[in-house]
Design a protein around this ligand. Structure first.
Ligand SMILES: Nc1nc2c(c(=O)[nH]1)N[C@H]1C(S)=C(S)[C@@H](COP(=O)(O)OP(=O)(O)OC[C@H]3O[C@@H](n4cnc5c(=O)[nH]c(N)nc54)[C@H](O)[C@@H]3O)O[C@H]1N2
Ligand SMILES: Nc1nc2c(c(=O)[nH]1)N[C@H]1C(S)=C(S)[C@@H](COP(=O)(O)OP(=O)(O)OC[C@H]3O[C@@H](n4cnc5c(=O)[nH]c(N)nc54)[C@H](O)[C@@H]3O)O[C@H]1N2
Ligand code: SF4
Ligand SMILES: [Mo]
Length: 715
């Protein structure tokens, strides 16, 4: 029967993006008709980014997974039969029980990351069932582990100001961050500031969309930022531009930091970074004398082998010029540290067996192919992640997923590159079909997401599947059977009891208001009064905690071992693979309208590097190294300097030439801190595919002479 009533349902964008926009969905007759931004939200301000505007295309896509599926062909062949939920759950729990009996629960590995950032569908689902089972734990290190560790050691908490506060800044250094693509709602605030005279400097090897509208672009060598920061500090200290009174009162170890910085005179910093010494000197003077000065950064800058120390160096800069606690100054990294959830309420770990071991997610391929043993990983449960498209050294992940004795379940909205290798695929709801609570890492509001429509087909939310799996495993704890709302309420209440930023924020208020500001009450400016959340209450430039772990207690530049090993006549390029403009990691990268806007998977090459390889614009090129290869289309541009290439992340392998993407080449080495990923410490050869083919035919002809078989894929 037709329902004349049109309802408007409040929601939140769940994607891995700092802006966590407030959304409205118009629903009639159980169908979402319109989806748009909440005009009243002070950060969303009435618009959604190009990626999420067509969200209904995603929700109602004919490609949505709507029923459980069982593999009928070889792994990866994408041949399935439809099965019921009962059968899917019975198959999964029976197989898990058998694995637990033969190998122990440590042989089961959950793998999830940032398909949704909700408290319920991500955080609670990351923990409860797996803790109860005693499964292997996943070290969630693919994105920001080093920065989190660096901020924690130096400042004690991930606190940052509102985007709007940039209007108080006179100078903004956007350091290794591309907000025009990755934090789009910051940009209008920045523009407003620029109109009032704020000067913007972008520090990035690539001339990004953000760099185009900056006053200055400093195009340094990849992974050399710590040397640039220390070079700036050398100038600041030696010209007596540091804020000694502030440092004396509010920091630990500034003299030790000065000693370290004095090892980086501008000429040395210049030799490492490729930035002219005069530019370093000028930047340092400007940073120390134009106040308030904001250092705005994000996560891309840490994804290399020196990433942790680099981030430590960035955290130190605002302290030396006395800019913490200043409105419009300081460090803008993440606001994720305000609405901290009560860990015990989220995971109930104390009621569970201890986590038997931890597996670093960056090593998934290695872990599945022998690095993790006793017991080996026998079962993998993937949700909210697409590791074949998004995780490093993807060729090795595929090799692992092809193991006959591995039992893989993937819970997904779409038949992703990863889901193709599953034994059982389960259909997942989208954000319009489930409940959740979101904190943001770019602003200081909580967002409640009410379900707007019923789940499509037989799709179920992450939490609903966890509850069914828990019941199927015979786990009877009430915290494994709570409704979504009850689970959210429990964590919110427990967290509020400890966390003053949550004062007065109840589930009822969230449900009624949708967007609720955190209770900052005088703490609007982070680290006001020079008070930090570290053990000493000061900004710890010299970190005793890091020293205790055997780490360098002072930030330093260490050349990434992968680069150090490169020989002088090396013709390999460093390929950076940061955010694409139209996808969020691999999410949305199967949506036709967004694929059309993003275009074919490409690699940007400097004209000199293209010329020396005989590559012209539009050529197909083979990008390769010892880990693997993929085929991309050449874009020739001086947006990238010689020696550096850019191939944005996110394209699905299964929608790319040869069924591969850039992650077939990216390293699964770990960075200097916290097991961080090192996507950007990636040296590749780039050759025209046509030439590659000709050479291959030649090689094939030679080999045939020696009686060998078919030509192999290019390496
Ligand atoms: N459109 C879009 N938005 C996104 C995402 C997306 O995929 N697409 N991903 C989301 C996620 S998961 C995250 S973590 C954030 C990331 O947000 P950002 O950190 O802003 O994004 P990235 O593109 O990863 O990295 C930022 C910049 O770092 C530069 N870079 C790489 N190596 C170096 C270096 O050694 N030094 C310096 N100075 N710069 C370097 C890259 O050229 C890039 O322009 O964005 C989120 N938002
Ligand atoms: N080369 C290169 N690769 C990178 C990076 C890089 O800089 N360079 N950056 C890395 C970074 S920063 C990150 S954060 C990772 C992200 O890597 P992942 O966390 O794997 O993120 P996505 O690739 O977006 O995959 C998320 C999947 O979750 C699914 N999903 C969304 N909502 C739900 C839900 O409610 N339930 C379930 N079950 N599924 C859902 C989506 O359909 C999507 O397929 O990628 C990394 N990959
Ligand atoms: S991806 Fe970011 S900018 Fe786009 S709608 Fe979601 S939160 Fe807003
Ligand atoms: Mo990320």
């Amino acid at each position: 029967m037709h329902d004349p009533v049109l309802t408007i349902v409040r929601g939140a964008c769940p994607h891995d993006c700092p802006d966590t926009c407030a959304t409205l969905t118009e629903v009639q007759d159980g169908r979402a008709l319109r989806f748009y931004a909440d005009g009243a939200h002070p950060v969303t301000r009435g618009w959604l980014c190009a990626k999420v505007r067509p969200y209904l295309e995603r929700v109602y896509s004919a490609d949505r997974l709507l029923t459980p599926l069982r593999r009928v062909g070889p792994k990866g062949a994408d041949r399935w039969e439809r099965i019921s939920w009962e059968e899917a759950l019975a198959t999964i729990t029976a197989r898990w029980q058998a694995i637990i009996a033969s190998h122990g629960a440590a042989a089961i590995l959950p793998y999830s990351y940032s398909g949704t950032l909700g408290l319920l569908q991500m955080s609670i689902c990351n923990e409860r069932l797996w803790n109860r089972m005693g499964a292997s734990g996943l070290e969630r290190t693919i994105c920001s582990a080093a920065a989190h560790a660096a901020v924690s050691a130096t400042l004690g908490a991930r606190h940052s100001a509102d985007y709007a506060d940039v209007r108080h800044s006179r100078l903004v250094l956007i350091w290794g961050h591309n907000p025009a693509s990755t934090a789009p709602h910051f940009m209008p605030f920045l523009r407003e500031a620029q109109k009032q005279g704020t000067s913007v400097v972008v520090i990035d090897p690539r001339r990004t969309l953000s760099a185009r509208s900056a006053d200055e672009h400093i195009q340094l060598r990849p992974a050399s930022d710590a040397a640039l920061a220390l070079g700036m500090l050398q100038v600041i200290f030696s010209e007596d531009l540091h804020d000694e009174a502030w440092l004396e009162a509010h920091s630990l170890g500034w003299r030790e930091l000065r000693e370290r910085a004095l090892q980086y005179p501008p000429e040395r910093a210049s030799a490492i970074t490729g930035v002219p010494a005069a530019t370093i000197v000028a930047l340092a003077r400007r940073y120390a004398t134009t106040k308030p000065a904001l250092l705005k950064t994000a996560d891309g800058v840490q994804r290399h082998q020196n990433g942790g120390q680099t981030f430590r160096a960035l955290c130190c800069l605002p302290a030396v010029v006395g800019q913490y606690g200043v409105r419009g100054g300081g460090l803008a990294y993440s606001t994720g540290g305000y609405a901290t959830w009560d860990g015990a309420a989220v995971g109930h770990a104390a009621d569970c067996p201890p986590t038997p071991r931890w597996v670093n997610m960056n090593r998934l391929g290695a872990a599945l192919t022998g690095e993790v043993r006793d017991p080996p990983i026998m079962a993998l449960y993937v949700f909210g992640a697409n590791p074949v498209a998004s995780s490093p050294n993807a060729g090795l992940i595929v090799a692992g997923l092809q193991r006959d004795d591995l039992f893989t379940v993937v819970h997904e909205q779409f038949m992703t590159d990863t889901a193709r290798y599953a034994d059982i695929v389960l259909p997942a709801t989208t954000q319009l079909e489930h409940v959740d609570l979101h904190r943001a890492y770019g602003h200081r509001f909580l967002q409640y997401n009410q379900p707007a429509i019923a789940p499509r087909g037989e799709a179920k939310s992450n939490w609903d599947v966890m509850r069914l799996l828990a019941a199927g495993m015979g786990y009877t704890e009430p915290w494994l059977q709570e409704s979504g709302e009850e689970a959210i309420r429990g964590v919110l209440d427990a967290s509020r009891a400890r966390n003053p930023f949550l004062a007065g924020i109840t589930l009822e208020r969230l449900q009624a208001e949708g967007t609720v500001p955190l209770h900052l009450d005088g703490a609007e400016v982070p680290f006001a009064g020079g008070v930090f959340a570290t053990p000493s209450g000061k900004v710890e430039l010299f970190s005793r905690a890091m020293a205790a772990q055997g780490l360098d207690p002072l930030p330093d530049y260490v050349e990434p071992p992968a680069f150090r090993a490169a020989h002088p006549n090396d013709e390999r390029l460093v390929v950076l693979s940061g955010a694409s403009h139209h996808f969020v990691s691999s999410s949305m990268a199967n949506q036709p309208s967004l694929r059309a806007r993003e275009g074919a998977p490409f690699i940007e090459l400097n004209p000199a590097d293209a010329a020396s390889r005989g590559i012209v614009a539009g050529d197909e090129v083979i990008v390769a190294n010892e880990r693997g290869w993929c085929r991309l289309q050449a874009v020739i541009t001086d947006d990238v300097p010689p020696g550096v290439a850019v191939a944005p992340k996110g394209h699905w392998a299964s929608l790319s030439p040869d069924g591969r993407n850039i992650n077939w080449t990216t390293p699964d080495d770990l960075a200097d801190l916290a097991g961080q990923s090192t996507f950007h410490t990636n040296l590749v050869t780039v050759r025209s595919a046509q030439r590659e083919m000709v050479d291959e035919i030649e090689r094939h002809r030679d080999r045939r002479g020696e009686g060998e078989g078919q030509p192999e894929a290019p390496e």
